[in-house]
Design a protein around this ligand. Structure first.
Ligand SMILES: NC(=O)c1ccc[n+]([C@@H]2O[C@H](COP(=O)([O-])OP(=O)(O)OC[C@H]3O[C@@H](n4cnc5c(N)ncnc54)[C@H](O)[C@@H]3O)[C@@H](O)[C@H]2O)c1
Length: 267
């Protein structure tokens, strides 16, 4: 049982694919904390993933939506509106790069794929917020979150064009945070999470080594998907109402480190 931190709150959770997904863990915890929400993912994820099982288990409405399609997103918002009226929280937990998927080197990008990477992984965040804003569907003191990675700000040689997507995502959070704050006191933030073994995470070249490196560099160790879900719940709760336009590191201290004895010993 949770602490009912989200009692009475309604939301939308994007991106639960299977039980390893960060969004899956957020959905389970948000339910324990008293929230109600619509689950959504791309049509292909509904066919190939396990989100239907999650929706049944949590008795949550499930809507297929490609997050790059304004039509799909409008239909998703129609469902959320008819279920709840206005909503209190949104989790954007979406990432995909065709260049990463197809092992294109950063120095040999396919630019059509780069545009897709940016549209799916970053511009979709703007699209969701623009529709919520224009349709006036967020309650006052609502909370909107995206998930980022430190490669937005520092060079991680294997992260490819997802680095550009995350930099754009973090910028959109700041820019829209201004407009949504002024309009209806809604906060917008990104959480910059440790490497986490999920479908998207393990698709990055050298993921296992990045995980081990993160573990050695972070004084508290890598943050797990479960711990990320706890942080998301706190960000949706009323205990963080004045936190906005921030990129919040959730990485066991990794982002403040330069070098650690544990790494020196290996060299
Ligand atoms: N796993 C990590 O190491 C890590 C670290 C930092 C940040 N993140 C971020 O966390 C978020 C969630 O990823 P995850 O690690 O839980 O992996 P995941 O693979 O479980 O989730 C990614 C989700 O994006 C969805 N998606 C892809 N294209 C879509 C589209 N067009 N429309 C709607 N949904 C679409 C997928 O179906 C999937 O559910 C992503 O933004 C990811 O970049 C992950």
């Amino acid at each position: 049982m949770g602490h009912q931190l989200l009692a009475g709150k309604k939301g939308i959770i994007f991106g639960a694919l299977d039980p390893t997904s960060i969004a899956w863990k957020v959905a389970v915890k948000a339910k324990e904390e008293g929230a109600e929400f619509v689950l959504t993912n791309a049509p292909v994820a509904l066919r190939m993933g396990k989100i239907k099982e999650l929706a049944e288990e949590l008795q949550a409405p499930l809507v297929a939506a490609d997050a790059t399609s304004l039509d799909d997103l409008n239909q998703l918002l129609d469902t959320a509106e008819s279920e709840y009226g206005k909503i209190d929280f949104v989790l954007h937990s979406i990432g995909m790069s065709p260049n990463v998927r197809k092992n294109r080197a950063y120095t040999n990008l396919n630019y059509d794929w780069l545009i897709k990477t940016l549209d799916i992984s970053a511009i979709s965040f703007h699209k969701v917020m623009q529709l919520l804003y224009q349709r006036d569907l967020m309650n006052e003191w609502g909370s909107i979150l995206g998930l980022s990675y430190i490669a937005a700000q520092r060079t991680f040689s294997e992260y490819n064009d997802m680095a550009e997507a995350k930099a754009l995502l973090e910028s959109i959070a700041r820019s829209f945070g201004y407009h949504f704050g002024r309009k209806s006191k809604v906060r917008v933030n990104t959480i910059s999470q440790s490497p986490t073994p999920t479908t998207a995470g393990t698709g990055v070249a050298g993921f296992d080594k990045m995980l081990k490196y993160g573990e050695k560099m972070s004084p508290l160790g890598n943050a797990t998907a479960d711990e990320c879900a706890d942080y998301c719940v706190m960000m949706f709760s009323d205990y963080t109402r004045k936190v906005t336009m921030q990129n919040l590191f959730h990485d066991g201290g990794f982002s403040s480190m330069g070098i650690a004895s544990e790494i020196l010993e290996e060299l």
